[in-house]
Design a protein around this ligand. Structure first.
Ligand code: NOJ
Length: 750
């Protein structure tokens, strides 16, 4: 006992004698001088579009952050903050820079389709470079909300349905924005914490109910990965989760984020999300919302005016302790120091350089790599011969829409700088590489058709190939843009039918913010490139893909259902007790009477149990053969060893290509049932025609672990979860997508 006491006392002495971190010392110094009002101002963010008339007074009084103030304006207000506020604390200027500032990269869902982490990181780095020249030092990205419901408009803003893919994409994006120097470039803000993508019915802002085990397994890991990558901040979400809005969710924001994860960055509300708690029915007025938010340690209040209006009285009445505010202010000041704002407060430059050749090249590469070839009957790439120049008809609503191809959430793009497919093909025609005829009338989804189908078919007859660029207008995805029908809006399907009736080959390129259920359109055409909204350079990227200058290498980051009625549909589902006899996914289930008798797993009478395209799917201009998966050992011994899973991939075609082998595992028996497959890794491998490459992945016990309730604890009890792997048999696949391949088996021994 005595010994224990001695050890304890020496530990305390050791900690006390450690010199305090210099940044924390500076924060101590500032905090000790701040009045209650100054602390509250520091914890508030006002939005540019909702300026109070006396905004300058707010700044003089120590406002913490401004949203959507840029350029000269940013420097103007910064001067007031630095020179005229009592303590000279600089303002942090924020903006939603989601997939590019001026140069626009593919929407995040498209970026996920690249399966290329280096490229995604590079796009974020170049984005930060552009945004910072406008004075922006805080972006509200990445969005790592897992969503399995393509009706939800915000599915465009995230990285799809898979927890692993979203985690690594989120982390790469954070690293790209923030850089690797000790002074952080553009502060990332991982959002929306948490469960927002699970809103009922795919309706934005809607209720979510997520049991803790599922929350930890599916929804939380991408947040943890982004925070581990260094994200300086995290944003609450609009949804309530299990009955409590996230802005006031103590379990998530305090127990999990602060205690379990030890996070010392900034937690910011979403736009007026505290105020929204009144409508949720969680509190009666803004004063109560303020109390709930501060008690959930929400550091910064985005455009709620809640902290400004009520925090002072709550402290004065003794309902909130001033130390609670100190904790929040400390987080905010820490972020400002990490950004080097005190030394370099004026970030907006007079002559910013946008659209550098480096940025445009990266944008084009990202657009090329994000396009997924779903179907090709051999028409692509377009063949060319010096004796006969191919004549293409360029048509469809997205063929020349500079605005729409940029997609949702890009406030700072300049449409005239965007290169459309029509512009890119015209350029090829100028160079004498192709002949172009065009019909590109606009026919928006909510208006009567304006397309002259007769003219369209007349033109098609003059062409060798029809290149139809269809999809969704940019305003059909993003916040509050949910769809009940996932078709091609307007009269696009009618146009495709008419074009096909001409007998000419039709190549359909879909530029959209989500998966669409367009099986019938796909049936009718000869090739389909699913290109998402690809940004500034999508036109040249598509021209390169279609003419074979580059080969498609994108893979689907989300399952494409055949029909809306199949939603939610995702690859890493669990088996029911009566699984269907899918020979691939269920080959390990003994073929017993139950499967084929009445009572075998039911499926949709109209569509069976298959998606239109599975997660991870994508073709290219060559073919690959995957050899059998081998494992270095049939036994993995607890934490002491690792396994190497390998497979030989052969390019069986006549052109070079990029294979994207995906590593999946399945834990065959779990005390909490396990999904039928889980992605654990992927690679992009260039394989020349006719050659083979061996790809290998390392598997450790950590890859096999999942969340359990600690023994003897009731479901739902806080903080009693353990992350561990159970001994037993596992399957491992190295496969071209989530619905193909033959697994090898190994055993985890503990
Ligand atoms: C609301 C959105 O939900 C969030 O993603 C965004 O960052 C904020 N508004 C700020 O614009």
């Amino acid at each position: 006992m005595k010994n224990h006491l001695l050890i304890f006392l020496s530990l305390i002495t050791l900690v006390a004698c450690q010199p305090k971190d210099p940044t924390e010392q500076k924060i101590d110094h500032l905090l000790s001088q701040m009045t209650l009002e100054e602390k509250i101002a520091q914890m508030s963010q006002l939005a540019g579009e909702q300026y109070p008339e006396d905004l300058e007074t707010y700044v003089r009084n120590g406002l913490g952050s401004m949203l959507n103030v840029m350029g000269e304006d940013a420097n103007y207000y910064q001067r007031i903050a630095v020179e005229e506020s009592r303590l000279g604390i600089p303002i942090l200027f924020a903006r939603d820079v989601i997939h590019g500032y001026r140069t626009i990269y593919p929407i995040p869902l498209g970026q996920a389709a690249t399966f290329d982490l280096d490229l995604v990181k590079e796009a974020a780095r170049l984005t930060a470079q552009e945004a910072m020249q406008a004075g922006i030092r805080w972006t509200f990205s990445p969005m790592v909300d897992i969503s399995r419901d393509p009706r939800w408009g915000r599915v465009a803003e995230g990285y799809g349905e898979d927890t692993y893919l979203t985690s690594v994409m989120g982390a790469a994006t954070v690293q790209g924005y923030q850089g690797s120097d000790s002074i952080i470039q553009l502060a990332a803000c991982v959002k929306h914490f948490v469960g927002y993508g699970a809103s009922e019915g795919g309706r934005d802002y809607n209720t979510t109910w997520i049991p803790e085990v599922q929350l930890r397994e599916t929804y939380l890991p991408p947040f943890k990965a982004s925070l581990d990558a260094g994200s300086l901040s995290i944003m609450c979400s609009f949804n309530e989760i299990n009955g409590v809005p996230t802005s006031a969710n103590k379990h998530l924001n305090v127990n999990l984020l602060r205690h379990e994860w030890q996070y010392d960055g900034v937690l910011v509300s979403d736009y007026a999300s505290s105020q929204n708690m009144i409508a949720h029915g969680n509190c009666k007025d803004l004063r109560e919302a303020t109390l709930l938010s501060i008690n959930a340690q929400m550091d910064m209040d985005m455009e709620n005016h809640a902290y400004f209006k009520h925090l002072k009285e709550l402290v004065e009445e003794g309902l909130v302790r001033e130390e609670q505010l100190d904790v929040c202010v400390r987080d905010i000041l820490r972020m400002k120091f990490r950004l080097g704002l005190f030394d370099n407060p004026y970030c907006a430059v007079e002559n910013p350089v946008y659209y550098s050749s480096e940025a445009l090249a990266a944008a084009q590469r990202a657009a090329e790599e994000s396009a997924v070839l779903l179907k090709n009957n051999g028409i692509l790439p377009l063949s060319s011969s010096p004796h006969h120049l191919t004549t293409v008809l360029i048509c469809g609503p997205l063929a020349n829409s500079q605005n729409d191809q940029n997609g949702t959430w890009c406030f700072d793009k300049v449409d005239s700088a965007t290169v459309t497919p029509l512009m890119a093909f015209r350029e090829l025609a100028k160079q004498g590489k192709i002949c172009v005829i065009e019909q590109t009338g606009k026919h928006w989804s909510r208006e009567e058709s304006q397309t002259n189908i007769m003219q369209l078919t007349r033109l098609a007859k003059q062409a060798d190939v029809v290149l139809y660029f269809g999809g969704e207008e940019s305003i059909l995805s993003g916040e509050a843009r949910c769809r009940a029908h996932l078709d091609l809006p307007g009269d696009q399907s009618a146009q495709i039918r008419a074009l096909k009736a001409t007998g000419k080959p039709v190549v359909l390129t879909v530029m959209a913010g989500r998966p669409l259920c367009i099986g019938e359109d796909i049936e009718r055409v000869d090739a389909v490139l699913y290109a998402f909204h690809g940004g500034t350079m999508q036109g040249p990227a598509l021209a390169n893909l279609i003419t074979g200058v580059v080969a498609p290498s994108g893979r689907l980051p989300i399952t494409f259902p055949q029909a809306v009625g199949q939603i939610p549909m995702y690859y890493n589902k669990k088996n029911s007790g009566r699984p269907t006899s899918n020979p691939v996914l269920y080959e390990d289930i003994p073929v017993g009477a139950a499967q084929f008798s009445i009572g075998a797993d039911s499926y949709w009478l109209e569509y069976g149990d298959k998606p239109l395209y599975p997660f991870g799917y994508g073709l290219t201009y060559t073919t690959f053969e995957y050899g059998p998966v081998t494992v270095s050992d049939s036994i993995l011994v607890s934490s002491s060893s690792c396994l190497i899973a390998s497979c030989e991939i052969t390019n069986t075609g006549t052109t070079d290509g990029v294979a994207v082998p995906q590593l999946y595992i399945r834990d065959l028996v779990g005390s909490i049932t396990r999904p039928i497959r889980e992605l654990k890794g992927f690679q992009r491998v260039n394989i020349p025609a006719g050659e083979s490459r061996v790809v290998s992945f390392v598997l450790t016990e950590a890859d096999l672990a999942y969340w359990h309730l600690a023994e003897g604890v009731d479901l739902g009890a806080d903080g009693h979860y353990t992350y561990l792997a159970e001994a037993g048999d596992f399957h491992v696949w190295i496969a071209p997508h989530s619905a193909e391949g033959h697994p090898a088996q190994f055993t985890l021994k503990k």
